[in-house]
Design a protein around this ligand. Structure first.
Ligand code: PTT
Ligand code: SF4
Length: 625
């Protein structure tokens, strides 16, 4: 019997309204751990190459890991994954939700959802029972209304994930939303739910997760919570969460401003952590967490809105809006409609710049609150300019043309998150090589880079990047728990080894954990290459040209710009250290060393692993594969 893992997946076929519980082999758990590891392995195994992301054949995965929901600090998280409709590659997000807790208590580590319901449905799971509930009365509701209605219909203790109108209308950057403010799956996981006519999933789990050492885990969990509270930054974290990053980014010319033209914003103070504190009403957060970081404020309409740094930077500075209560309204709209707030800010900034340059007929101006609100609604319902922007910034720039691809701020189709990189080559490489496109999840290198020397492109940065990607993008995404105790409060990694021992009864050395992470990240890379086939090119690992060509014109780092040749050298060094060829494709030997021999054979059939050149595309303009 497996301990720590439930050992079962729930396989749901919406074509047939059927759900089957499946045992999986222990070797999967030992080699891929859980979360992102399970997700990529399932997608690799079950999707045909070239599967259309919004087709019934795509699989939507909700995956937990051996540490999810076992009572230890910040363990109420899951990974939501699929082949992304925004990027055409591997896509996922990590969200805190009671659905993670209930899924494990219902006896499942992972839900695998395929097919498409004929009419909108809600999947209701109660332990081993499953039903498909007609969702006609819910379709069209926003995610907050959906949550409220479903709690009334089922139970307050149920775990609920749902989509809003953005997901229903298959906006390519629609997310899955939970608990009025947790949002996951930046690269369009909500659109996948919409394409399957799946409005929501309600899970009620009443069982117990079997652990190797339950008493040991209880004690370790209490010790962990106590230790977190003693951390010097704990109190400030509870006050501001990620919001203090606004001041950090502004001081370091990294706050995305006017569609990443600049790294400083003259109204930054008004949208920063200390301004937020003045209107803050409470903290909200994920289950099983004692450092809850969601800052709830009253927005310009008097409604609650939960603020994080990324959302505020992207729906504030990046679109020229300096009124925090108004930014909070846009943030709430993002959660209600179920958009990714980062991509939303990005497409809005792109539209404003295109409008300013006279490249589109519509007038949409920096910082004009009413115009922005109206455009957000149009994106959700795919009306007018909204229809173009609903496809994401890469596709929008293909429509707008006129060189706009140089300031369409994305990598591999995923919009850049909220760190300007004119003067941060390491962070630029982190975006370039991230597992899902330009997201900071795998490697938030910028704080370290600023201390280490931001002007350098040396191998220390490459080493640090890979180390960070393995821990954050590999281990934490597989465990599957929140990484904030570790990277924000300095909670040591050794804790997680102890937790793993108590959960599974097995020892995992750091070398083993790194090996698992490396396996996961290599398989993710192999997935991208398999899906892009001959369209794959190293250019896809290069961030937007704006950062190379258009220097900052304001702030202490005025004149800064990235150096293309040096970036390219750094990319080569990165590939060598990863065991990838000059195209960024994992070598046969690399995959074999990680036990991915079968996967190497499959990949070889699509892209010769002996380093034969494949078509080189122009920078970042690869059409959707
Ligand atoms: C995450 C991305 C982030 S990363 C932020 S703010 W951040 C934005 N939050 C959004 C939001 O809120 N609403 C919305 N409509 N769109 C949003 N888009 C953006 O989505 C999130 C926290 C945060 S807040 C971060 S960094 C950490 N991320 C973790 C991670 O990736 N892995 C992990 N093991 N632990 C993490 N802990 C932290 O979790 P995505 P959440 Mg999110 C409202 O989903 O797709 O990964 O994108 O899930 O429960 O809200 O927690 O400064
Ligand atoms: Fe969720 Fe924040 Fe707690 Fe992490 S620290 S579990 S993101 S509330």
């Amino acid at each position: 019997m497996m301990l720590g893992w439930t050992g079962a997946f729930l396989n749901v076929d919406l074509n047939k309204n059927k759900a089957v519980s499946e045992k999986y082999d222990e070797s999967l758990a030992l080699n891929f751990l859980g979360g992102r590891g399970f997700a990529v392995k399932i997608l690799w195994n079950t999707l045909e190459q070239g599967t259309e992301p919004l087709s019934p054949e795509n699989k939507l995965i909700f995956a937990t890991g051996p540490l999810t929901a076992v009572g230890l600090p910040n363990s109420g998280k899951l990974v939501v994954a699929a082949k992304s409709p925004l990027t055409g590659g591997y896509g996922d997000g990590n969200m805190g939700t009671m659905a993670a807790v209930n899924m494990r208590r219902a006896g499942y580590d992972t839900l695998i959802i395929g097919g498409k319901a004929q009419t909108p449905v809600i999947l209701h799971i109660r332990d081993k029972d499953c039903e498909f509930v007609d969702a006609k009365d819910f379709w069209g509701l926003n995610s907050f209304e959906t949550h409220e209605q479903l709690i009334k219909k089922f139970s307050r203790a149920a775990g609920i994930v749902s989509i809003g109108p953005a997901g229903e209308n298959q906006v390519k950057f629609a997310t899955v939303v939970s608990q009025e403010g947790r949002s996951g799956g930046r690269s369009g996981m909500g659109a996948i739910m919409g394409s399957k006519n799946l409005k929501a999933i309600v899970i009620e789990g009443t069982g117990q997760i079997l652990l190797a050492d339950p008493n040991g885990m209880r004690k370790l969990a209490v010790d962990g919570y106590r230790e977190l509270q003693t951390k010097p930054s704990y109190a400030f974290w509870k006050r501001q969460g990620t919001m203090s990053t606004v001041e950090f980014s502004q001081e370091n010319s990294a706050l995305p401003t006017f569609n990443y033209r600049e790294g400083v914003f003259d109204k930054a103070e008004g949208i920063g952590g200390f301004s937020m504190e003045k209107i803050k009403v409470s903290n909200r957060g994920c289950p099983q967490c004692n450092m809850t970081c969601g800052n709830v404020v009253k927005d310009s309409e008097g409604k609650d809105s939960e603020l994080d740094y990324e959302n505020i930077a992207m729906l504030g500075a990046d679109i020229g809006l300096g009124n925090l209560a108004q930014v909070a309204t846009l943030n709430r709209m993002a959660d209600e409609f179920g958009f990714d707030a980062i991509s939303l800010g990005n497409v809005l900034g792109f539209a404003m710049e295109a409008s300013e340059k006279g490249l589109i007929a519509e007038k949409i101006r920096w910082g004009q609150f009413e115009e922005i609100k109206a455009l957000i609604v149009d994106i959700a319902y795919r009306r007018g300019l909204g229809e173009v922007l609903a496809e994401g910034v890469r596709a929008a720039s293909a429509v707008v043309g006129n060189g706009s691809s140089e300031w369409a701020m994305h990598v591999k189709g995923l919009e850049v998150s909220a760190y300007d990189c004119h003067a941060a080559p390491g962070m630029a490489l982190a975006y370039g090589t991230s597992s899902i496109g330009a997201h900071h999840k795998d490697a938030w290198l910028i704080t370290w880079e600023i201390k280490a020397g931001r002007e350098s492109y040396d191998s220390e940065k490459v080493n640090r990047l890979i180390e960070t990607q393995l821990i954050r993008g590999g281990t934490f995404e597989a465990l599957t728990v929140c990484r904030f105790p570790y990277n924000q409060l300095g909670f040591q990694l050794e804790w997680y080894q102890k937790y793993l021992r108590a959960a599974t009864g097995k020892e995992f050395s750091f070398e083993q954990l790194n090996q698992i992470s490396n396996r996961i990240l290599n398989l993710i890379r192999a997935f991208w290459v398999r899906e892009y086939k001959e369209k794959w090119s190293r250019d896809l690992d290069v961030p937007p040209m704006r950062w190379f060509k258009e220097p900052l014109t304001e702030g202490a780092l005025k004149g800064s710009v990235l150096d293309y040749e040096k970036y390219d050298e750094m990319l080569t060094a990165y590939y060598e250290k990863r065991g990838w060829d000059e195209r960024g494709v994992p070598k046969q030997s690399t995959l074999e060393q990680l036990g991915l021999t079968e996967e190497a054979k499959t990949l070889d059939a699509y892209v010769k692993l002996e380093n034969k050149p494949i078509i080189n595309t122009t920078l970042q303009n690869t059409p959707f594969p």
